[in-house]
Design a protein around this ligand. Structure first.
Ligand code: HEM
Length: 421
C-alpha cells in the first residue's frame, strides 16, 4: 500500500473512531490495563488455535501444518500486545490493514475472521473483568470503561479487515467486468474494421481486374480507399484512447484554468461561437490528461452536432458540494429514446465514427466518481452536465430530476445523429 493509501485508510479510520465515540481516554484505559492481562495472552492464543485446529475450513488455510501454527501463535501474541499499546496512529492502522490483506491473500472467508474476532473478544473481556474485579483500587466505572474501549477498538479492527476484503472483492468484480467488456470490445473492433476492409478489398479487386479504367473511376476508387483507411484509423485511435484510460494519475486540477484550453483543442470549427462562464471553483483531485479526453469528446460532439454555426456554452460552478461543468450546444439534439443509451461502447450516432467517444467519457468520469447527465431537445440542442463530488465520499445523487442520468449499465441503441465522437 502506498503512503497516500495509508493516509486515506487512516482518515477513514478516524471517521469511524468518531462514529463509535472513541476518546483519548479509551486509548489510555487500554494502555493501563493491557499489561495487567498480558499473562493470559498465551492461554488466549492457545484457545484460539485449538479452535482453528478443530475447524476443517480454518485448517484449509494452514498449508504448512504445525510449524506454521507455532509461528502464527507468536504473531497473534504480538498482535494482542499491540492491541493494548494505546497508540492507534497511521502506522498502526497500516500494519493492521496488511494483516487483513494477508488473510484475503490466503483465501480466508471474512465470516471466519469475524467469528475468530468474536472468540478473541469473549476471552479478552473475561480477562479484563477478572483483572478489574480483583483490583481493589479499581472502581466499577473504570472496569466498565476499559470494556467499552475494547469493544470499540475491536469493532474498528473488524472495519479494517472488512475494508481489506471489500477492496479485494471490488478488484475481482472489476476483473470479471473487464473480461466481459474485453469480449464486447473485441467483437466491436472486428465489426468496425471489417466494414472498411471489405470496401477496400472491393475497390482493390476492381482496380486490379478491370480491363479498362477511366481516370474518373480510378480516382473514385482511390478516394474510396483513402476514406476507408481514414475510418479504420479512427477506429484504431478510439480503441487506443480507451486502452490508455487504465490508471488515474491524480493531481489538483483547476478546471477554470484548463477548460478553455480543452475547448481550443477540441472545437476546431471557428464558425462556432464559444461562450465560457467559468467561475473560480476549488481544485479537484483528478487526472487532467484523462479529463481532457472525457470533456474533449463531449466538446467535439457538440461542435459536430452544430455543423456550421451555433453557440457552444460551457458553464462551471459549485452547486450543493459539487463542481458542476455544463457543456451545451445548439445542435440537432438527441432523440429521447436514444438519450439514455449513448454511452454504450460501439454505439455511434454518426454516419462515421467508432462509437466509443462517450463510452470513454463515461468510463473516465466513473473512475473520478463524477456523474454524467444529459438533457436534450430535438432541434434545439443538448446539454451535458458533469458533476464532480467535492468531498471524497460525496454521493452526488441529487440534481438529476428531469434529465437522463447516464448509467454505465445501460447499453445498446441504434445509430442516430449528433451524439458521438
Ligand atoms: C481476528 C482474528 C485473527 C487475527 C487477529 C489474526 C492475526 C494474524 C496475524 C497477526 C498474522 C500475521 C500477518 C503477517 O504479518 O503477515 C496472521 C496471518 C495469518 N493468519 Fe490470522 N488472524 C486471525 C484469524 C485467522 C483465522 C481464523 C485463520 C484461519 C486459519 C488465520 C490464519 C492465518 C494465516 C494462514 C496467516 C498467514 C501466516 C503466514 O504467512 O504464514 N487467521 N494472522
Amino acid at each position: 500500500m502506498s503512503g497516500d493509501e495509508d493516509e486515506l485508510l487512516f482518515r477513514r479510520y478516524r471517521m469511524l473512531q468518531e462514529f463509535v465515540g472513541w476518546q483519548d481516554e479509551d486509548a489510555a484505559s487500554l494502555r493501563r490495563w493491557g499489561p495487567r492481562i498480558e499473562s493470559v495472552f498465551p492461554s488466549i492464543v492457545d484457545d484460539f488455535y485449538d479452535r482453528i485446529r478443530s475447524t476443517p475450513e480454518a485448517m484449509n488455510a494452514i498449508r504448512e501444518g504445525e510449524p506454521q501454527i507455532a509461528r502464527l501463535m507468536s504473531t497473534l501474541r504480538l498482535w494482542l500486545v499491540e492491541l493494548f499499546s494505546g497508540t492507534y496512529d497511521q502506522a498502526y492502522v497500516a500494519r493492521r490493514w496488511r494483516i487483513g490483506r494477508r488473510h484475503v491473500e490466503i483465501g480466508l472467508e471474512p465470516s471466519l475472521v469475524s467469528a475468530a474476532m468474536s472468540r478473541l473478544r469473549a476471552r479478552l473481556v473475561e480477562a479484563l473483568r477478572q483483572a478489574t474485579d480483583s483490583d481493589p483500587g479499581c472502581d466499577e466505572r473504570e472496569g466498565e470503561r476499559v470494556l467499552v474501549a475494547l469493544g470499540r477498538l475491536l469493532d474498528l479492527e473488524l472495519a479494517i479487515v472488512d475494508q481489506a476484503f471489500r477492496e479485494e472483492f471490488t478488484r475481482r468484480d472489476q476483473q470479471t467486468q473487464r473480461m466481459a467488456t474485453l469480449g464486447q470490445v473485441a467483437g466491436g473492433i472486428a465489426h468496425e474494421l471489417r466494414n472498411p476492409l471489405n470496401v477496400i478489398k472491393t475497390s482493390v479487386y476492381f482496380l486490379t481486374n478491370a480491363s479498362r479504367i477511366s481516370p474518373e473511376k480510378m480516382n473514385e476508387h482511390l478516394g474510396r480507399i483513402e476514406r476507408q483507411v481514414d475510418l479504420a484509423n479512427e477506429v484504431i485511435s478510439a480503441v487506443t484512447q480507451f486502452a490508455r484510460i487504465a490508471a488515474l494519475e491524480r493531481s489538483p486540477v483547476d478546471l477554470a484554468k484548463l477548460v478553455p484550453e480543452w475547448v481550443d483543442n477540441h472545437c476546431l470549427n471557428h464558425t462556432i461561437v464559444r461562450r465560457l462562464e467559468l467561475a473560480r471553483v476549488p481544485t479537484i483531485q483528478a487526472d487532467p490528461r484523462q479529463l481532457q479526453i472525457a470533456v474533449g469528446n463531449i466538446v467535439r460532439n457538440a461542435c459536430e452536432a452544430m455543423g456550421v454555426g451555433g453557440e457552444l456554452s460551457l458553464t462551471l460552478g459549485e452547486i450543493d458540494r459539487h463542481i458542476v461543468l455544463s457543456i451545451a450546444d445548439q445542435g440537432s439534439g438527441i432523440p429521447p429514446e436514444t438519450l439514455r443509451r449513448i454511452t454504450e461502447p460501439w454505439y455511434s450516432t454518426k454516419a462515421r465514427g467508432a462509437g466509443l467517444g462517450l463510452a470513454i467519457t463515461k468510463a473516465i468520469l466513473d473512475k473520478h466518481g463524477a456523474e454524467l447527465s444529459v438533457e436534450s431537445r430535438l432541434g434545439s440542442g443538448s446539454c451535458f452536465t458533469i458533476r464532480f463530488p467535492l468531498a471524497p465520499h460525496a454521493s452526488g445523487l441529487e440534481g438529476t430530476v428531469g434529465r437522463a442520468s447516464i448509467d454505465a449499465a445501460e447499453t445498446s441503441a441504434p445509430r442516430t445523429s449528433g451524439a458521438d465522437s
